[in-house]
Design a protein around this ligand. Structure first.
Ligand code: SF4
Length: 169
C-alpha cells in the first residue's frame, strides 16, 4: 500500500506543482530519476545553476549521491524531465526550453554509457561506467553542445573519478 502511494505521487501527471512533486518524492522515496546526460552533470556539479531553487534542489540530490550510502542509491533513467529538471526555469511541462540541444546530449550520453529508458542503475555503477567509458576525447564529443563544458568542471570531475577508480598496485 505504501509503495502504491509513493508510485502514485511520483508518476501522477496531474500533480500541478513540479516543485512539490519533487519534494514529496525526496521525502518518501530513496530513488532518483535522471535523463541520460544528467549522470555526468551530477558527477561534476559544483553549486552552479539556473536559479536559487534549481541549485538548492540539485545540491540536495548530489549531497545524497556523495553521502556514505550514495553509491548504492538507484537512479531510474527517464526520457524527459527528471528530478533535476523539475524546478528548472527552462522546464516547459515535460520538455526543455532548449529541447533540441538536450535531445542531442541525451542521445550521446545514452549511447556512451549504455543506458536504456527504464533502466535502474546504482550511482556506484554509473560512476564505474563513466570512469571506464568517458575518455577526454569521448567527453569532448558527447558534451560538445553543453554551455557549461568550457568551465572545465566536468573534465576535472571525470579525471578525479578515473584516478580514484584506477586499480591499485
Ligand atoms: S536546462 Fe533543460 S535539461 Fe537542463 S535541467 Fe533545465 S529543463 Fe532540464
Amino acid at each position: 500500500m505504501f509503495c502504491l502511494i509513493i508510485v502514485t505521487i511520483q508518476k501522477h501527471p496531474n500533480l500541478p506543482d513540479p516543485y512539490w512533486r519533487s519534494v514529496l518524492s525526496k521525502v518518501i522515496s530513496l530513488s532518483i530519476s535522471f535523463r541520460s546526460h544528467h549522470f555526468l552533470c551530477a558527477l561534476g556539479f559544483e553549486g552552479k545553476g539556473y536559479s536559487a531553487a534549481f541549485i538548492d534542489n540539485f545540491q540536495n540530490i548530489v549531497d545524497r549521491l556523495r553521502g556514505p550510502e550514495g553509491d548504492s542509491i538507484e537512479i531510474e533513467v527517464v526520457p524527459m524531465v527528471d528530478d533535476i529538471c523539475n524546478v528548472c526555469p527552462s522546464r516547459r511541462d515535460t520538455l526543455c526550453h532548449t529541447q533540441e540541444k538536450i535531445d542531442t546530449l541525451d542521445q550521446a550520453h545514452t549511447q556512451v554509457l549504455g543506458l536504456n529508458v527504464g533502466d535502474r542503475i546504482t550511482w556506484g555503477a554509473a560512476k564505474r561506467r563513466i570512469s571506464e567509458r568517458v575518455s577526454m576525447d569521448v567527453f569532448e564529443r558527447m558534451c560538445a553542445p553543453c554551455s557549461w563544458k568550457n568551465l572545465g568542471i566536468c573534465e576535472k570531475a571525470i579525471q578525479t573519478l578515473q584516478n580514484q577508480m584506477k586499480p591499485q598496485d
